[in-house]
Design a protein around this ligand. Structure first.
Ligand SMILES: O=CC(=O)O
Length: 334
């Protein structure tokens, strides 16, 4: 049964009323994309009929203690303020690989379990990283615009730069970084990396700072998590060290780069180009990027393919089922 109040439909009761509740904390289309199936041991609050979390709890205070799990996507933080609203919360399940929108310390302190996409997106993100790199270097999108404009003769289009044999620096040698390295080895690139720790099993050269990595490479590809240690890990000094022909690819999080400095360096020709799937203040994309032919932009879709979407909706469901059957999560973060 439902009741209409202020044009918002509020769930009042249902046959699943005694079951623990799962709240889908995301954009309006979130539930359509994830399509979670009903279960006999938890009840998913109908997302098409509920407003955002704060409003929902204000209108339905009894649900503050019935919501046991939250499924949340990036852009919909589960921070200390949100966690405070949900005293019975025991699981935060995100369909993303990154967890920077979740207050992991507070979850740990409260004994709330967290699951993520784990390794599910690594290949897709790595594919996009390499695609962006080739696009920036060989100017594919720029060439496409050039031809479609029909303003000049095809042979007037400027030359791009070769990928084969380039020195590539990967920042973050986790699952995505490794997939990127694997792909670029096929282009005879020389891989080196920076990450929190040197990986004893990897033979690629390790640099303990991003500055050193940039000094010794032609390209840097950002594949690491965003946290207090990695925010603006690519600053002006790093960009100047990479140099005028250098390319930056970011498939991690926008705030890994000082975006204002990036724009300046691109406009002033201090670096060669950038391929960006992520931005510092998403969904905002600074319009100064739009007129730069040495930049290729992508709307934070690195992880998402038709195949990965099916995979992630299954994984979310499996994690929910595992949690509510007192089994270990499939892709635990903590
Ligand atoms: O950005 C996408 C993800 O973290 O999965």
């Amino acid at each position: 049964m439902a009741n209409q109040k202020n044009n918002i439909i509020i769930e009042q009761s249902s046959e699943d009323n005694n079951l623990p509740k799962v709240f889908l904390h995301g954009p309006p289309k979130f539930s359509i994309v994830l399509q979670p199936k009903p279960s006999h041991n938890f009840h998913i609050l109908n997302p098409s009929s509920h407003p955002p979390l704060h409003e929902f709890i204000a209108l339905n205070p009894h649900h503050a203690s019935s919501i046991t799990a939250v499924v949340c996507t990036g852009g919909f933080p589960v921070n200390a303020e949100v966690l405070q609203l949900l005293p019975s919360l025991r699981l935060v399940c995100t369909p993303s690989a990154g967890t920077n929108h979740i207050d992991l310390f507070e979850c740990l302190r409260r004994g709330i379990q967290v699951s993520s996409a784990g390794n599910l997106f690594s290949e897709d993100v790595a594919d996009l990283a390499v695609a962006l790199l080739i696009d920036v270097g060989r100017k594919i999108s720029a060439a496409d615009r050039f031809l479609r404009s029909q303003l000049q003769k095809p042979w007037d289009f400027p030359l791009g730069s070769k990928l084969t044999g380039k020195k590539i620096g990967i920042v973050g040698m986790g699952r995505i970084g490794l997939e990127v390295a694997k792909r670029l080895e096929a282009f005879s690139c020389m891989i080196s990396y920076n990450s929190r720790n040197k990986k004893p099993l990897l033979s690629y050269p390790f640099f303990s700072s991003v500055l050193e990595l940039a000094t010794n490479t032609n390209v840097i590809i950002l594949c690491c998590d965003l946290n207090d240690q990695t925010r603006h890990i690519v600053n002006k000094e790093v960009m100047l060290a990479l140099g005028k022909g250098g390319i930056i690819v970011n498939v991690g999080r926008g705030a890994l780069i000082d975006e204002k400095e990036l724009l300046k360096c691109l406009i002033e020709g201090e670096i060669g180009g950038a391929g960006l799937d992520v931005f510092e203040n998403e969904p905002h994309v600074p319009k100064e990027f739009f007129s730069l032919d040495n930049v290729v932009l992508s709307p934070h879709k690195g992880a998402l393919t038709s195949e990965s979407l099916i995979g992630i909706s299954q994984l979310v469901e499996q994690n929910l089922k595992a949690f509510f059957s007192n089994k270990p999560l499939l892709t635990p973060v903590i």
